[in-house]
Each structure stands twice: as C-alpha cells, then as structure tokens.
Design a protein around this ligand. Structure first.
Ligand code: AMP
Ligand code: MG
Length: 313
C-alpha cells in the first residue's frame, strides 16, 4: 500500500464521514445518489482493488492477533446490506470473518440488558465481525415502535423520556471501551431514497426468485419513512464520535455503495496498520535447526529441499 493510495482512500471517504458533534439532517446533508463523478465501469476496477486490499490487510490482522474490527451495517429495508457484505467480503479468508444478523429479539435476549446479545457476537482479536443490523436497532426500530421497549421490561426508574439520550451515551461509552481495548468499531449507514426503496420492493414482487425477500411488514415500515429518517438523523448526530465515526454511504447505486463500504473498511485497517509478526533471533535459530533436520531426512536421490529447488526452477 503506497502513501498515495492511502491518501486517495482517505479523501474518497471524507465526504461520507459524519463530523463528530455535528447535527445531521439526512435529507439536507447526504444525497443517496451521490457517486463522486465515478462511472460504473471504473467502479468495477476500484472494487476489485478494494477487495484485494481487504484480503491483504485481513491476513495481517489475523496474523498479528492484537486488534479486532467490528463493522456495523445499518440501513432501511432494501438498503442493500446483504449484497454489500457479499461483495465487499468476497476476497477475505472466511476463517477470519463472522457475520451476525440481528432480528426481533428472542425471549432469552429480552431477559438481558439490551447490549447483551451484541456483546456476545463481538470479534475476537485478529477477527473482523460484521453486524448485519446492530446495537443501533436499539435506538431505531425500538424508538419508532416503542412497544419494543415495553418488551424489554426496564425497571421504572430506567424508563422515561431521556431513555434515548441515555442509550446514545451508553453506546458511545461501550464503543469507546472496545476501542480502548483494541477493537475498532466501523459504522456504515446505507442511505437509500424513498423512490429507490419503492423500485427495489417492486423488483422483489416482480421476480419470483426475489419474492422470499419481501414481507408485508416491509410496507408497514415504509409508511413510517419519516419517523425512521428522523431516528436515523438523531442517531447519526449523537453517536458519531472521534473513536467511532459514522459513514453515510449513498445507497441508491449498489455498485457505488459497495466501493464506499470497502473503502471505509480498508481505511480503518490502514489506520490499524497490522504487521506480520517478526520472528526473533532465538526462534530464527530454531527454524534453521528444523530446516537442517528436514534436509537430513531426504530419501536417497531426492532433493534436500524440494521447495527451494522448485523455486530455483
Ligand atoms: P430482516 O433484516 O429483514 O431479516 O428483518 C429483521 C427484523 O428484525 C427487522 O424488521 C428489524 O427491525 C427487526 N429487529 C432487529 N433488531 C430489533 C430489535 N432490537 N427490536 C425489535 N426488532 C428488531
Ligand atoms: Mg427484511
């Protein structure tokens, strides 16, 4: 990775970052159709580069085994979370990546504090965990449909109007704690327009192989469009922090959204700058001894080191 490439990526994602402390008006500040004057054809090449870089960095992250990365993906229905995960992670070693999808909480999950089920699925050191929906549902769907909050059976003193402000603070503190302990939290909001959602829903209805993706509840949620936009704006304003900023990715063009998501993730990995562990003097001596031993075991007529011989041609 050259410095030039690193600077290009940083500059590319700059307009997507929510400045910590700023107030976001989603409709005013972020255009779902923005594409940085890129053409789709150029996009394909860029995504390939991004996917390649991710694979390279993930291998180092795993080898170093010191830092972990949590990627949170949030979006309205049909925002493109699944496709983004599929494309962006297409080059990485599946051993180092875990995807968790969060649905309506189970009885067991509701029996715990609200962050419990997310904490359970955090990455280990060396790993990338992806949250397809995340702890941010706790200030999104739960806020838009407060009956979800009732199901969480909070004690009386923990209810009341300041519950959302408190959750923002708790989430910020939790992410700070993770960051301080070597786990970077990367947050991507896929920003879809109302009209593009309509088109994608119709596609799901028109194509039999997509029917399974549609549920009647999707239309009921769509009726709450404005409430969701409001909740997104509040969430972005309150929880974009210096240690875990939000990135608002324009989602109306899937190909562009995928490039942005890859770029944001690569940028984070570049900042971590993981390195392959360097073998120390003592260990190198042991490696040399092991090599000698294996060479002595060469059968009659065989190369002492077939690998080295193969490389010499
Ligand atoms: P999908 O991602 O399309 O499979 O849908 C998952 C559903 O679970 C969505 O309708 C979410 O709004 C809902 N969901 C996710 N997290 C929560 C939560 N904490 N409380 C209530 N509903 C949730
Ligand atoms: Mg759905």
């Amino acid at each position: 990775m050259s410095h030039k490439q690193a600077r290009r990526i940083a500059k590319f994602i700059e307009p997507l970052r929510v400045e910590p402390g700023s107030r976001v008006d989603l409709a005013e500040d972020f255009d779902p159709r923005y594409k940085a004057r890129l053409k789709k054809r150029e996009g394909a090449e860029l995504l390939r580069t991004g996917v390649g870089l991710l694979a390279e960095y993930q291998a180092k992250l795993a080898a170093q085994d010191t830092y972990g990365v949590l990627l949170c993906l949030q979006a309205i229905d049909a925002g493109g979370k699944d496709g983004t995960i599929r494309h962006v992670m297409s080059g990485v070693n599946p051993q180092g990546v875990h995807v968790s999808s969060f649905k309506v909480p189970s009885a067991e999950e509701l029996d715990h504090d609200y962050l419990w089920r997310y904490a359970w699925r955090l990455p280990a050191r060396g790993d990338i965990a992806i949250f397809n929906r995340s702890h941010y549902e706790e200030v999104l769907v739960v806020r838009v449909h407060p009956e979800n909050l009732d199901r969480q059976r909070l004690p009386a003193e923990a209810q009341g109007r300041d519950v959302w402000a408190r959750r923002y603070r708790e989430i910020n503190d939790w992410e700070r704690y993770l960051c301080d302990n070597g786990f970077r939290v990367v947050k991507i909001f896929l920003n879809l327009s109302e009209e593009e959602q309509r088109t994608r829903f119709l596609k799901r209805l028109d194509r039999p192989e997509k029917n399974w993706k549609f549920s009647a509840a999707d239309l009921r949620e769509r009726e709450r469009w404005d409430d969701y936009q409001h909740a997104f704006g509040e969430m972005l304003s309150a929880t974009s922090t210096p240690w875990a900023p939000w990135y608002v990715v324009p989602a109306d063009r899937k190909w562009f959204a995928r490039i942005c998501a890859a770029a944001v993730l690569v940028h984070t990995l570049m900042e971590i700058d993981p390195q392959y562990p360097v073998v120390g003097k003592k260990a190198r001596k042991e490696l040399r001894a092991a090599k000698r031993l294996l060479e002595q075991q060469a059968p009659e007529g065989a190369e002492r080191d077939p690998y080295a011989a193969g490389r010499r041609g």
